[in-house]
Design a protein. Sequence first.
Length: 338
Amino acid sequence: MEFKVPIRNLFCMLSYVHEMPELVKSLNEVDEDIITYDFIANEFLKEVERISHRGLVKSYVTYVEPTGRLGGRLLLNESIPYFIARKPVVVCEKDEYSANVLENRLLKATLKAISYNRYVKEETRKRSFMMLDLFPEVDVLPLTKGIFNRVHFSKHNAYYKRSIHIAKILHELTLLSHKQGDWSLFKAELDEKALNHLFEKFLFHFYRMEQNEYKVSSERFSWNLQGNEALLPSMVTDVSLTHKNGREKIIIDAKFYKHMFQEHFGKQTFHSHNMYQLFTYIMHQPQELDVRGVLIYPFNGRDVQESFVWDERMKIEVLTLNLNLPWREIYDRVIQVL
């Protein structure tokens, strides 16, 4: 099952996931209806232009190449095949001061991806293609989620941070889409698993950055049972919020299913395994804590906000969140969970 989510909201959630909420705040004055994939691509192009005017970051890059002139460090093992073939060639390793570093390679690869993306406006594709000339000595590399994490920022390259994060978001938008690039002008189609994973990570980082009353963690704890624990399933919360007073805790579980209800003999109920799981989590909390368990489902035509009380110390809440709302309303709804 798939969800269609506004690209503006995906952009906001990914900005929190990558710990760059300032990307969201920088667009607060922008009409949300114009925040499309094309708009984000153009924000990236602006950043590339800014970097180009300031100057590309450079560093020493190691090259290994067969050559007829000895220089740098001779790699004897690699050179032996040439010796055997009686060729006047050796393999040398040289360090050159170059712009062909990871940061610039990611920018160039992203420019190339935009220029070939048929879902982007033609003028944006052309502009992106022309900007490839800003990186004449830079090689393009394959884009993957992991490769962005290899960039480490320092004073030397801090002015790249915004551009690299926007590039990463653009790449993840294509990965999140059910079929690469399967979006309209305003919305992308995501499957349940991808959206659920994204929303879990968003909640974790959102609460970590947008409030200071609770300590945020993903909590792992053991069963209160005697026996072979290796055969028991792990218990790991999506988000655990422990109040700084040490007496209150909120455990949040996000379940982005297309249908929040299961049906049995014509009766609709919340998914039993979701309720059992959250109930087990809160029953394993220390006796001195007041605990709230919160299940969040996607809005699917029916707004739900239910509360179930075990005793004065423990309760479970079930609510829906509409990801088609304006971002400000989503923000307020998530904050109100606390």
